[in-house]
Design a protein around this ligand. Structure first.
Ligand SMILES: [Fe+2]
Length: 303
């Protein structure tokens, strides 16, 4: 069609997509165009703002490296990551779920660990943490043989991929649930951390006047054929940023009490001071097991 008005542009593009052979791709593209054009009309986007938006998308890509995923960070900052996680789990977004966004820091091929092993591969100062997890199906029955990836930041708030002083794969490990669906590991209690502000996502956060902190959390990825793979995060109930998470990740289903043990025997003889423990159950649904594409593939090198 020959375009005569601004309205005609949308009609023409939608018609142009009609011949897309794959029905799902056609549905996604037509919906994207309807919403994108609607957004431009609603905001009366100016030419200057359009050029700024193009520059922003370019910067997202240019900031992304093997050890940093700025695009995933931006998706979290706009709530997109967690919306996708909640919509696709908990029986299609109708029930609470332990699924949560994967975040930008999962790496494939972390070392496989024996039950109870430590995640520390180089020294990390901080209060000892002993985590006991259980994986159940939707009927409450234990699921054995689930591969559970665990990863988290140091109490200084850095993942090993961001920090050349940490050993390769520090604070990362893969555990396998035992007959009763249990797994356990030792680590140190993580702290909350600021998401990086030195890229376009930082500019976005600054423009909104929000803080860039995440509450402390442990990351999990649960995989077993026959069950829908879920990423998850577990947050401590006493964190001050649960309701203002810069990545909009915290859900009620994922807030736990860290039990503080001031005295009494710790689960390991080398622990002399206070230590923490967590007990947490994950539920997984029947479905397709598929590991996500890793948002990063390498560790940052020393400058
Ligand atoms: Fe994280």
């Amino acid at each position: 069609m020959l375009i005569e008005s601004q309205e005609d542009v949308t009609t023409a593009v939608l018609a142009g997509l009609e011949g897309t052979p794959d029905a799902r791709i056609r549905e996604i593209l037509q919906s994207l165009v309807r919403h994108l054009h609607g957004f431009i009309r609603e905001t009366r986007l100016t030419e200057r703002e359009f050029q700024q938006a193009v520059g922003h998308v370019i910067a997202l890509g240019q900031k992304t490296t093997a050890s940093h995923n700025e695009v995933m960070l931006a998706c979290g900052t706009l709530g997109v990551s967690n919306l996708v996680a909640l919509l696709n789990n908990g029986q299609g977004g109708t029930r609470p779920t332990q699924a949560n966004n994967l975040g930008p820091f999962w790496r494939e091929a972390a070392p496989h660990c024996k039950d109870g092993e430590s995640l520390l591969r180089s020294p990390v100062a901080g209060p000892p943490l002993f985590f006991k997890g259980r994986v159940l199906d939707t009927e409450g029955r234990p699921v054995a043989g689930v591969e559970v990836d665990v990863w988290h930041s140091t109490p200084e708030g850095l993942y090993e991929n961001q920090d050349p002083t940490q050993a390769e794969m520090n604070l990362r490990g893969v555990f396998t649930t035992l007959a009763e669906g249990t797994f356990s590991f030792r680590s140190v209690r993580p702290a909350g951390y600021p998401v990086p502000l030195d890229g376009p996502t930082g500019a976005l956060i600054r423009a909104t006047g929000r803080h860039n902190l995440r509450p402390a959390h442990l990351h999990f990825l649960l995989y077993k054929p026959g069950y829908k793979t879920i990423a998850s995060q577990v947050y401590p109930a006493d964190d001050p940023h649960l309701e203002t998470d810069s990545q909009y990740g915290v859900t009620k289903a994922l807030v736990v009490d860290y039990a503080l043990h001031e005295d009494g025997p710790a689960p390991a003889p080398d622990v002399t001071g206070p230590w923490y423990s967590i007990a947490f159950d994950f539920t997984i649904e029947a479905g397709d097991a598929r590991r996500p594409r890793a948002p990063i593939t390498a560790k940052a090198m020393a400058a």
